[in-house]
Design a protein around this ligand. Structure first.
Ligand SMILES: [Zn+2]
Length: 216
């Protein structure tokens, strides 16, 4: 079982750890700050003791760091890992902004718009699909962008807590919105996000719209 250090501290960009398993092109550590692909968020990349890490995936209770070539590690070996922090920090900012967009879409479009997916997110953009009863009004989408940028500029604290009665499920919260369950990595304050842009992406299907979010 890998200890999930990114849950305790999403700002942890480096770590010292011991190898518990190494096979083919992946290495497992006793703990990691590398976020594994999941919930729509891309897996971390970086470097572990000189080996390039091209992706991070979860496999049951283990987190597999995918090496570029064969993994040159042995169980028990002590290693130093570093996430590509600039990439991860962009992901944290975009991920936090995507939650604000989710709430503001409901505010601006009301019941005619419903989330259709949890979104897909890397360090370049977040893509989230919504079900729409009527054609997307671009003027109102611009309103969503303005409102989200206003919330960001207000410097609202972002908090995390365990869902009541759960030992695992994390809740993400920014007032005045209700909490939502999310195990991804986020920034501590909306001010860290900076300005964002929203645009309509290619239409994913009838009655659906894809909204693309980027850092401005
Ligand atoms: Zn999240």
């Amino acid at each position: 079982m890998t200890i999930l250090l990114f849950r305790l501290d999403p700002y942890m960009g480096e770590l010292d750890a011991a190898v518990t398993r190494a096979e083919d092109n992946f290495v497992v550590l006793d703990g990691t700050c590398f976020f594994p692909q999941g919930g729509g968020q891309a897996g971390d990349t970086g470097e572990i003791s000189g080996s390039k890490i091209v992706d991070t995936l979860s496999d049951g209770e283990e987190i597999c760091h995918i090496t570029e070539g064969a993994a040159p590690f042995k169980p028990g070996q002590l290693v130093h890992g570093a996430i590509d922090w600039q990439r991860r920090y962009r992901i944290m900012r975009l991920h936090s902004a995507s939650h604000l967009v989710y709430y503001v879409m409901q505010e601006v479009f009301g019941d005619s718009c419903r989330p259709a997916s949890s979104g897909m997110l890397d360090d370049v953009k977040d893509r989230s699909d919504y079900l729409f009863d009527e054609p997307l009004d671009r003027g109102r989408l611009a309103l969503v962008e303005d409102r989200v940028n206003h919330l960001i500029a207000n410097g609202l604290p972002i908090t995390h807590s365990l869902e009541p009665g759960s030992k695992e499920r994390l809740l993400w919260r920014v007032a005045p919105f209700p909490a939502m369950a999310c195990g991804g990595t986020h920034v501590r304050n909306t001010a860290e996000i900076g300005r964002v842009s929203l645009r309509r992406g290619s239409k994913p299907g009838r009655g659906r719209e894809r909204i693309e979010l980027t850092l401005a």
